[in-house]
Design a protein around this ligand. Structure first.
Ligand SMILES: O=C(O)CCC(=O)C(=O)O
Ligand SMILES: [Fe+2]
Length: 277
């Protein structure tokens, strides 16, 4: 079987075939997938029935795995978290976000597996921060490069939604204590490809630090709208056993919340990253 990469849109996205990720992949396959990820930023694999252990093993070929502080996980495989609408309020994923940018070292990427889907609806969109940055005018690119922004865990995990039981409240308070608001560059350089990407997201970014509040609010509104334009994004219509693998360093995503009360279940393995620069 040889691995093939089929691009899906100019800005980002490719479908990968010719690899069975339920098995231990070869070094050549791993490297080909990494190259495709660097180029296309989000990869899609069809017909990959994987169990949590196989999912974690595949993801761990690309880095150490992260255990999420809030979302429930698979008890025997805690590196795999469960997004099940019957169990967890996942509405906060229906905002454009980059995962866990409230950490000093946000995720490198994530591997998401579709377990149970509504008949239709529940698509996910990704947008390329590289395409968005490159499409800005030169004066704006120059101004943004060098600025920093604050990212805050509580913007996407508000107390009202995540502190409803005593255990949830204790977990939320501990997570807030361990993750005070922090700063990342507004324009991030990809540590491997060297490409520059816009690195603010509506889910967690609250303020551009060097600007006044009024300036920051206006500019963030512009950047959030610009970064998620259709030409910088791709929309995936899931089938069961699809797997998506995104580069979380240079993309953001949005899980469309249009199918409840139908149930949707996804499993995610999150790969640890490094400090943005
Ligand atoms: O449910 C989805 O499609 C994506 C949810 C999400 O934001 C994530 O897994 O990081
Ligand atoms: Fe996410």
């Amino acid at each position: 079987m040889s691995l093939t990469v089929t691009p899906l849109s100019p800005a980002l996205g490719a479908q990968i075939s010719g690899v069975d990720i339920s098995r231990e992949i070869t070094t050549e396959q791993r490297d080909a997938i990494e190259q495709a990820l660097l180029k296309h930023q989000v990869l899609f694999f069809r017909d990959q029935p994987i169990n949590p252990e196989q999912q974690a093993r595949f993801a761990a070929r690309f880095g150490d795995l992260h255990i999420h502080p809030i979302y429930p996980n698979v008890p025997e495989t805690p590196q795999v978290l469960v997004l099940d609408t019957a169990v967890t309020d996942v509405r906060d994923n229906a905002v454009w976000h980059t995962d866990v940018t409230f950490l000093p070292t946000p995720a490198l990427g994530a591997v998401l597996s579709a377990k149970q889907l509504p008949a239709y609806g529940g698509d996910t969109l990704w947008a390329s921060g590289i395409a968005a940055f490159e499409a800005l005018s030169a004066p704006l690119r120059e101004m943004l490069d060098g600025l920093t922004a604050t990212h805050d865990f509580t913007k996407s995990f508000p107390l009202e939604r995540f502190g409803t039981t005593p255990e949830d409240l204790a977990r939320w308070e501990a997570t807030r204590r361990n993750n005070p608001p922090l700063s990342h560059p507004v324009v991030r350089t990809h540590p491997v490809s060297g490409r520059k990407a816009l690195f603010v997201n509506e889910g967690f970014t609250t303020r551009i630090n060097e600007l006044s509040e009024l300036e920051s609010d206006a500019l963030l509104r512009l950047l959030f709208a610009h970064a998620t334009r259709p030409e910088f994004s791709i929309r995936w219509r899931w089938q069961e056993n699809d797997v998506a693998f995104w580069d979380n360093r240079v993309t953001q995503h949005f899980a469309v919340d249009d199918y409840r009360p139908n149930r949707r279940v996804m499993h995610r393995a999150t790969i640890l990253g490094d400090a943005p620069f």
